[in-house]
Write a protein that binds this ligand. Sequence first.
Ligand SMILES: Cc1cc2nc3c(=O)[nH]c(=O)nc-3n(C[C@H](O)[C@H](O)[C@H](O)COP(=O)(O)O)c2cc1C
Length: 228
Amino acid sequence: MADIGLFEAIYTARAIRHLRPDPVPDELIEKVIDAGIRAPSAVNYQNWIFVVVKDPALRARIGQLYREAGERIRSEYSARLSDRPQHLSEAGFQRIMSSAAYLREHLGEAPVLLLACLRARKADQAVGGAGGRVPAMTQRTASASIYPAVQNMILACRALGLGTVLTTLHTFAEDEIKSLLHLPAEVTTYALLPIGFPQQGYKHGPVPRLPLEQVTFLDTMDRPWRQR
Ligand SMILES: Cc1cc2nc3c(=O)[nH]c(=O)nc-3n(C[C@H](O)[C@H](O)[C@H](O)COP(=O)(O)O)c2cc1C
């Protein structure tokens, strides 16, 4: 496989939810995780944990929990879910919705489900009290200590020709998933990455984003970075 450059990976690591069930060699998964653990974390604690779920029965059960979480969300948050971001066309919005719906039905068929988790530090557990969950106070620092690793893994997948997407829907079934994977109370799951080779017709490609001049300012927020 030809190496691709960093910027090509960044510009083409789009969400891929249509994955082939074919196994992914462990050496590729190790490369992905090895890229993940190069990420920064607060005070370089590196209190991350990655669970690679390959067992078919576990994947099927997580897939079922993910689907059920999706059904619950769709009934409880239907208004929010149909709130199309202004910058997306109706067709573009529907493409995301139907791709996400496909994943809800097929998550368990991905050959690898990679859970990116954080173990609460002793100090945080003291603040968090029983259950040891990361308290709200440190939630931002906690998230910022795992999502850079997740993005590194997304880029590594892209470079290796593997499809993936950052998902969080599983957090609505957090307790069941933790018990299924024997995760202790002080471990919190932050992202579930289904990983596999992309199905035909679902290649990596451009990630459409708002232009930088719409989101960037110079010195103060009333001064656009680039005057139009
Ligand atoms: C915090 C976060 C949570 C997400 N959760 C889900 C999810 O639960 N299910 C899903 O299918 N996609 C999920 N996504 C993927 C987004 O829909 C996707 O990154 C976005 O639409 C951009 O896709 P693109 O890179 O292909 O343009 C999530 C992304 C982020 C950053």
